[in-house]
Design a protein around this ligand. Structure first.
Ligand code: SF4
Length: 336
């Protein structure tokens, strides 16, 4: 079997947070033991509630944060040990598209200069070829040549995201980490940007990590999906596995919280999650989803003991994936 493009093993990021003037410190386990792979030409969707650790994972993959433990390998090479020249090559191969393109673009830089910046910094394209390359990138993402001399504030949100995508593609990366790339855009524009990313993938064979809280967008975009909760992966599989046959109680609850588009559906039969996301500084023992799990509430006490005492592992991180779920009344899960 060919080596995966990206292999993430037991990846952890723990932050030590000091409380006020007290000397006490708390460890926040933002990412706590992730295992996943990204194959060439595929898209892995990382999905979960706000605060589940998906954006921290994106920053770890970009090496914008140093992991506390575990490893990230690109083409079999552990990126933790990269020295200066190798790190520069890694940065060329792994690029990022941000949620808010406005904040990632310098307001005083023209669009042409912003797209050219990585080409100039990495000295891959000869100076006389930069302008042509910028024009071809702008054309690829649907911007017109005359846009090159304009400033970011002159563009709509969707156009600014196109600029962000052009800049991310400038160095012909193998992987682009898309961190909520469409969540700040109007719904009609979201589809255009998602379709653009898919077209680029079809043309170039590029791979994406697609971080999102919107399950409908992930379903449209991803080949494989990993569902995160409190720094851990609850369930992962192909898109069809996750959307047609979800097994983990969390995935089942998330999917039931997505408004049904079926004609005649009144939303009844929806499973709702009780309570707030626990603090990653003080996660529940055993299964971290235990305090909100709609299956746990119905389990007999002797089975609950396993959920309390032992963290489940595997592609479906649940001791009782097929257990019936409790339908309750308050309050529904919010992924925003
Ligand atoms: Fe729920 Fe137990 Fe499964 Fe955790 S291990 S998701 S608490 S049934």
């Amino acid at each position: 079997m060919p080596e995966p493009l990206l292999q993430v093993s037991a990846l952890r990021k723990h932050f030590t947070v000091r409380k006020g003037f007290a000397r006490q410190s708390t460890v926040v386990k933002a990412v706590d033991g992730l295992d996943f792979t990204l194959e060439r030409g595929r898209t892995l969707g990382l999905v979960g509630e706000s605060g589940c650790g998906k954006s921290t994972t994106g920053k770890l993959l970009m090496r914008l944060l140093e992991p506390t433990g575990g490893s990230i390998a690109l083409d079999g090479q552990d990126v933790a040990g990269l020295r200066k020249a190798e790190l520069q090559s890694f940065r060329r191969r792994v690029q990022m598209v941000f949620q808010n393109p406005a904040s990632s673009l310098n307001p005083r830089m023209t669009v042409g200069s912003a797209i050219a910046a990585p080409l100039v910094a990495q000295r891959i394209t000869p100076p006389e070829g930069v302008k042509k390359r910028v024009q071809s990138l702008m054309d690829r993402v649907g911007l017109r040549p005359e846009h090159s001399n304009r400033f970011p504030h002159e563009f709509s949100g969707g156009q600014r995201q196109r600029i962000g995508i052009a800049r991310a593609l400038a160095l012909e990366p193998d992987v682009v980490i898309c961190d909520e790339p469409v969540s700040a855009l109007d719904v009609s524009v979201q589809a255009q940007v998602v379709n653009l990313l898919k077209d680029i993938q079809d043309d170039t064979g590029i791979s994406y990590i697609f971080i999102a809280h919107d399950l409908a967008v992930v379903r449209h975009m991803a080949d494989d999906v990993a569902v995160m909760y409190l720094g851990k992966i609850m369930e992962q599989g192909t898109r069809d596995d996750i959307f047609s046959n979800p097994r983990h109680p969390y995935t089942r609850a998330l999917l039931s919280a997505v408004p049904s588009v079926e004609p005649g559906s009144d939303g009844s039969g929806r499973i709702r999650l009780q309570g707030d996301l626990p603090s990653p500084a003080n996660p529940p023992s055993g299964c971290v989803f235990r305090t909100r799990c709609p299956a746990y509430a119905l389990l007999p006490d002797e089975k609950r003991a396993l959920c309390r005492d032992e963290a489940p592992h595997g592609a479906v991180a649940c001791h009782y994936p097929e257990a019936p779920l409790l339908e309750s009344a308050v309050p529904s899960v919010s992924l925003v």
